[in-house]
Design a protein around this ligand. Sequence first.
Ligand code: BJW
Length: 236
Amino acid sequence: MRTASGRRRASDVRIVVLTGAGVSAESGLATFRDAGGLWEGHDPMVVATPEAFAEDPDLVQRFYDERRQALASVRPNAAHEALARLEAALGRDLYLVTQNIDDLHERAGSTRVHHMHGRLRAAWCTACDERVEWTQGLVGRPPCPGCGSASLRPDVVWFGEVPYDMDAIEEALWACDLFVSIGTSGLVYPAAAFVHHAIGHGKRTLELNLDASDGSSDFHESRRGPATALVPAWVD
Ligand code: BJW
């Protein structure tokens, strides 16, 4: 179905793909819950919270500064590239939603990526509500380029905050034929419940993951292995 402007709506979506940290693991970015997950002796799951930011903003900013630096030295892998080929083939019949805040999907060539947990390279000013790109010049706790206040924070979604694009994601899950979950532990909501939404709407569901995830048994089909092997094999 097309709108008056000729653009397709989310209700045309045929495949919804959800990605998590596992899709970027083979590029060299650490996942959240796999082995070796400590950062400076802190659990990343504790650092990535509003409470941690309120208590020690410098520590939390350092966590994100380091991840931004890491991002500069890694490259998209065969899984990101396969999903970019899928978009090239399907156009708007593909709805790609990622929990990842890295930009590896975009750098692989995907042009419509829905970052439900925000973006590492974006900052949000809680004083003036502006969103700005987190450029290389911004490190530590810089003032907001818009209002000058010291209220910039990473534009990412922490526990207790509402993820981005939820209405559009719901609509895509309602409209699709197939839901595919790639490289996510299925422990964090609302993403962990997408499989239930899809099944509730009568959709086919497929999981591609290294290990069994929390929700593996909920999917119609679950394939185990590294994303760089499973995703190209599924796409091509
Ligand atoms: C590979 C691989 C390879 C490795 N190949 N695979 C009780 C019930 C239900 C909900 C709640 C509840 N109590 C609290 C909640 C809500 C809470 C929640 O889910 N808590 C749980 C801990 C229980 N959720 C929230 O608060 C969310 N907001 C919310 O619910 O708002 C209400 C609302 C929702 C909707 C509409 C209206 C209102 C917000 C959640 C925000 C999560 N934020 C983080 C940080 C983002 C910023 C940052 O990156 O620093 O998001 S936490 C972290 O977890 C990050 C990730 O995106 C997210 C998911 O992690 P992911 O991607 O799954 O990574 P891992 O490490 O867990 O798993 C990696 C997987 O890859 C593993 O399975 C490996 O096997 C696999 N793998 N190598 C393939 N090579």
